[in-house]
Design a protein around this ligand. Structure first.
Ligand SMILES: NC(=O)c1ccc[n+]([C@@H]2O[C@H](COP(=O)([O-])OP(=O)(O)OC[C@H]3O[C@@H](n4cnc5c(N)ncnc54)[C@H](O)[C@@H]3O)[C@@H](O)[C@H]2O)c1
Length: 316
């Protein structure tokens, strides 16, 4: 049974969308012991009830209650995670989902905001950057209380790829992906380190080959991972669920973790757009950007990424 300290009692997390991502997130949250009350809301109440019945049996081994709810149940939630919406079919990009999922947000977000005016929204539905921007406008919440999972997912995948290449645990690779959670994302090579050393220096010291083509392949596999997984199994759910729990953790435990999440701001000179950059998170939300010293090429790529998100925002 996961240890649950007294201060986590009374922590309510609501998940809107009891599909693959929502339910896997509820399960991961349950196993982590981070919440005592997990509420699932879905337009398909029957499906949500089936998931809750199943999850309740897992809750037997944890210390949380899982239940089906409605928007009134958002009241008092530490965070509301939005995973409702259509997902990519093989061959579709995330941006292809925008019209359907934006319409859904127009219905969902005001209902959450009305019932839980002080909560934090964590958006996972794709295209996540565009919908983080939409959730900010539709809720009227300050920017720090509307967080898109953004490239937290891609950063995780990137560290996994680099960890495999260098033969070290992904946790020991300090490297991030910023920009769009999608096709224009970029790796920040200039600031990537292992054991406090730039990758080239690490290779020289550790006697590991430094092969730029192999490193580019790591970034390419990161960007294309979701396409490949969807091609093979029709969806992605485990990776994103773990990422969402790690976005929730500093909110629940007020711990100032830095993660690459998406929030509304000005990036590379592009105003009023949601883009992922490293950000500090605690119980106030994603409350502070951590500015990066990017090189010129990275700044140009970040601007291109921000502009491509902005173009879609302006089209909805
Ligand atoms: N950000 C990420 O890293 C990431 C990763 C994977 C998936 N996603 C996105 O998450 C979303 C969900 O994916 P999934 O695989 O769970 O899809 P899914 O089809 O399994 O689940 C979606 C759920 O949303 C519900 N829903 C639809 N309209 C609703 C409404 N108006 N109110 C409440 N619930 C509603 C559906 O009934 C369904 O249960 C997609 O947009 C997908 O692209 C994001």
């Amino acid at each position: 049974m996961p240890p649950q300290s007294a201060h986590l009692k009374g922590i309510k997390i609501v998940i809107v969308g009891a599909g693959s991502v929502g339910v896997t997130t509820a399960y991961a949250l349950l196993l982590e012991g981070l919440a005592s009350d997990i509420v699932l809301i879905d337009i398909d109440q029957n499906r949500a009830m089936g998931e809750v019945m199943d999850l309740s049996h897992a809750a037997h081994f944890a210390q949380a209650r899982v239940r089906v709810g409605d928007y009134e149940d958002c009241a008092g939630a530490a965070a509301v995670v939005i995973t409702a919406g259509v997902n990519q079919k093989p061959g579709q990009t995330r941006m292809d989902l925008v019209k359907t999922n934006y319409a859904l947000f127009q219905d969902i977000v005001p209902r959450i905001a009305k019932n839980a005016p002080d909560t934090i929204l964590v958006v996972a539905t794709n295209p996540v950057d565009v919908l983080t921007h939409a959730a900010h406008k539709l809720s009227g919440f300050p920017v720090e209380r509307v967080i898109g999972s953004g490239t937290a997912m891609d950063t995780t995948r990137f560290r996994h790829e680099l960890g495999r290449y260098f033969g070290v645990h992904p946790r020991n690779v300090h490297a991030i992906i910023i920009g769009e959670h999608g096709d224009t994302q970029l790796p920040v090579w200039s600031l990537a380190t292992i054991s406090g050393m730039r990758l080239k220096d690490y290779c020289a010291q550790a006697g590991h080959p430094y092969n730029e083509e192999e490193l580019e392949a790591c970034a390419r596999r990161t960007k294309e991972a979701a396409y490949e997984i969807i091609q093979r199994k029709g969806k992605t759910n485990y990776g994103v669920a773990s990422v969402l729990v790690h976005v929730l953790e500093p909110i629940i435990t007020d711990s100032d973790a830095i993660m690459t999440v998406s929030r509304v701001g000005t990036y590379a000179g592009v105003q009023d757009v949601a883009v992922s950059m490293p950000c500090k998170l605690n119980r106030r939300g994603a409350y502070q950007d951590v500015p990066l010293l990017l090189n010129e090429k990275e700044q140009d790529l970040l601007k291109k990424s921000a502009l491509s998100i902005k173009k879609v925002i302006d089209s909805v």
